[in-house]
Design a protein around this ligand. Structure first.
Ligand SMILES: NC(=O)c1ccc[n+]([C@@H]2O[C@H](COP(=O)([O-])OP(=O)(O)OC[C@H]3O[C@@H](n4cnc5c(N)ncnc54)[C@H](O)[C@@H]3O)[C@@H](O)[C@H]2O)c1
Length: 253
């Protein structure tokens, strides 16, 4: 852990009330950044506040839904025109629902959080980074983007699509000093399980073949946060448009 790595930089982390987002907020704050964290659930942010206090760290915590343009605008206004790092972490799973059993509501919600939320927030912070001529955006995709067996159709599509967004930003905004990269976690011990409980027995049976090749122990959230922190740092200044797996080797199976 390099306590000066992000000294004086400002950072915004979504999904900061739990799991990877919470670990990212704590890590960036420990490494010197002035961090704002948001989450849709106020009670989750209370848990993050307790951890900050325990570790004698500070961060701004805001309840915000990344799918709402008003909430996104409020978040960006709170940054007072300056942002060096955006970590797009908030996301939900899709209960392994396959296409034939898919209801529009589930599709719309998963795409809205996992793709539209990332698009809205990234779009909103680009002007700040363009003005500064510098910025780093790290977006969390998933092993579900590398193969179809790790989730249902909504999650798989959302995590593939977000890679297109990451690459778009890397290519078009790289010359303006903005780097955009993607982390692809394998299994991580977090709170996402609630939206991962299977709702289709035959699809889950099929998914089990892929899940059987998973590493036996899920990663800790900080093992992903450390990759996010590195990608956001100046040490990764030549890394743009990259997909970095942190999956215990799952994608090699
Ligand atoms: N846990 C895993 O095994 C795993 C694997 C691959 C990818 N991921 C991805 O990692 C990211 C973080 O997930 P996690 O595992 O830490 O899960 P988590 O459920 O522990 O944390 C996700 C957080 O995002 C918040 N959130 C959900 N919808 C939101 C919204 N609309 N606006 C703001 N906040 C919202 C939740 O309240 C929660 O606190 C997600 O994008 C997920 O898809 C997780």
């Amino acid at each position: 852990m390099d306590r000066n790595r992000h000294q004086g930089k400002t950072a915004l982390v979504t999904g900061a009330g739990s799991g990877i987002g919470q670990a990212t907020l704590l890590r960036l704050a420990t490494e010197g950044a002035i961090v704002t964290g948001c989450d849709i659930h106020a009670n989750s942010l209370d848990a993050t506040r307790l951890l900050l206090e325990k570790q004698k760290l500070t961060a701004e915590l805001m309840v915000a839904d990344v799918t709402g343009q008003d909430d996104v605008d409020q978040l960006v206004t709170s940054l007072n025109g300056q942002l060096n790092i955006l970590a797009n972490v908030a996301g939900i799973m899709d209960h392994f629902v396959p296409l034939g059993e898919l209801q529009d509501d589930l599709w719309n919600r998963v795409i809205d959080v996992n793709l539209n939320g990332v698009m809205r927030l990234t779009r909103a912070v680009l002007p700040l980074m363009e003005k500064a001529g510098k910025g780093a955006i790290v977006t969390v995709s998933s092993e579900a983007a590398l193969g179809a067996g790790a989730a249902g159709v909504s999650y798989t599509v959302s995590k593939n699509a977000v890679i297109g967004l990451v690459k778009h930003v890397a290519y078009f905004y790289g010359p303006k000093g903005i780097r955009s990269n993607c982390v692809i976690p394998g299994p991580v011990a977090t709170g996402i399980g609630a939206s991962a409980s299977p709702e289709s027995s035959w699809a889950m049976e099929r998914a089990r073949l892929k899940l059987a090749t998973m590493p036996p122990t899920p990663a800790e959230p900080d093992q992903i946060a450390t990759v996010i922190s590195w990608l956001a740092s100046d040490e990764a200044s030549n890394v743009n448009g990259a997909l970095v797996t942190s999956d215990g080797g799952w994608s090699s199976a």
